[in-house]
Design a protein around this ligand. Structure first.
Ligand code: B12
Length: 315
């Protein structure tokens, strides 16, 4: 018996997902697979070596679980209600304002999956992912009809923008009906490409991670940031949203209603001076349960030192 697509959609909406769709599981389109292989071969993944591993699985989700028949993709809004004050505070990427999205998404995805498989004849096997498996999440969000892939490489949801986390459920059952991909609506706009301060968006849909401030401030483990990045990063010390801030579709973004993504007051109070002399104990306290811990204490302090107006602020 196929699983109910209408139950999927209504349950996803009740759980606070802003969008949800489903597609039959299959290898990704050959043109997309070719893009991915080329992206890796050109070294665009910088030091994120894991992206070059498990390429077969990444390009064919049926290899992630035996008998996989369908893929559900969901989006969870993280757009913050309140922005940090650029005059007094360093910038953190919006996605990191609240609790670590991996935990929040996984809990909701599991509830959604359990709702779908409850009372079904025979055992239904499933797995849930959010940044936790070799899978092209943006591709599947597009394939499941959530939105299109913008020139900034972000999955953009019509009339909602791109400040959404993506998550998936793969299941060994079919659904009663499937969604169709949406057309690309970037048109001739190139604002994201023009806004990237480091030229990391080498062209439409192509990101050179080695130049991307998000990569450099989160994933890069070097002792110092490249001088060129440090010259243009301004106040940006953790992640970067420039390419989505510039996107005209972001005018539709609405503050998240996901309580776990609302920032803690101590995070909102962090000003230049507080971050410049942040002790490791305070760091652990303020960023407990936050995705910001990915950069580690040393990485965050390295970024603070590299940021544009460091000298001016230590007075
Ligand atoms: C590695 C990674 C990064 C790297 C590299 C980013 C990149 N663009 O590849 C770095 C550290 C730089 C990064 C940064 C960010 N990331 Co990130 N990242 C990932 C991760 C783990 C893998 C992405 C990947 O496989 N990259 C390789 C490239 C080649 O693949 P891709 O971007 O998916 O591109 C494919 C599709 O676009 C595809 N494609 C499909 N259909 C079509 C159609 C057309 C016409 C074209 C041209 C292409 C195309 O072609 C490409 C591949 O072959 C994913 C989670 C996941 N497993 O997918 C999160 C993920 C993509 N990141 C996410 C987020 C939120 C961010 C940041 C916004 C965080 C921040 N503010 O700092 C930035 C955005 C920067 C940017 N413009 O990408 C979200 C994106 C949500 C969304 N709405 O799109 C994801 C999905 C995590 C999640 N679960 O929510 N990230």
């Amino acid at each position: 018996m196929p699983l109910s697509t209408s139950l999927l959609k209504s349950s996803a909406s009740r759980l606070g997902f802003a969008a949800c769709g489903v597609a039959p599981a299959a290898p990704v389109d050959e043109a997309v697979a070719e893009r991915f292989r080329h992206w890796i071969a050109e070294g665009n993944h910088a030091e994120m070596g894991y992206l070059a591993n498990n390429v077969e699985k990444r390009l064919d989700p049926t290899l992630l679980m035996e008998g996989t028949q369908s893929i559900v993709s969901v989006a969870l809004n993280y757009f913050p209600a309140q922005q940090l004050d650029a005059a007094k505070q360093y910038e953190f990427a919006w996605y990191a304002y609240g609790q670590d999205y991996h935990d929040v998404m996984k809990a909701r995805l599991t509830t959604l999956a359990e709702t779908l498989v409850a009372d079904k004849e025979g055992e239904v096997h499933y797995r849930v992912f959010c940044d936790t498996a070799p899978i092209l999440e943006r591709y599947w969000a597009w394939r499941c009809g959530l939105g299109w892939i913008g020139k900034n490489t972000q999955l953009i949801i019509p009339h909602a923008g791109s400040a959404f986390f993506l998550g998936e459920i793969i299941l060994d059952r079919p659904f009663t009906s499937y969604d169709e991909p949406l057309p690309n609506r970037c048109g001739i706009c190139t604002r994201c490409l023009d806004a990237c301060p480091t030229g990391a968006l080498a062209g439409a849909h192509t990101l050179n991670a080695a130049r991307c401030l998000s990569y450099l401030t989160i994933e890069y483990r070097g002792e110092a940031l490249p001088a060129e990045a440090s010259r243009v990063m301004g106040n940006c010390i953790y992640g970067c949203d420039r390419c989505q801030q510039a996107c005209p579709w972001m005018r539709f973004a609405r503050p998240t209603e996901v309580a776990e993504f609302h920032p803690k007051p101590e995070f909102l109070r962090l000003d230049h001076a507080a971050l410049q002399c942040l002790s490791i104990e305070k760091y652990r306290h303020i960023f407990r349960g936050s995705a910001i811990k990915r950069a580690k204490y040393d990485g965050l302090m390295r970024n603070v030192k590299a940021a544009g107006n460091f000298e001016k602020k230590i007075r």
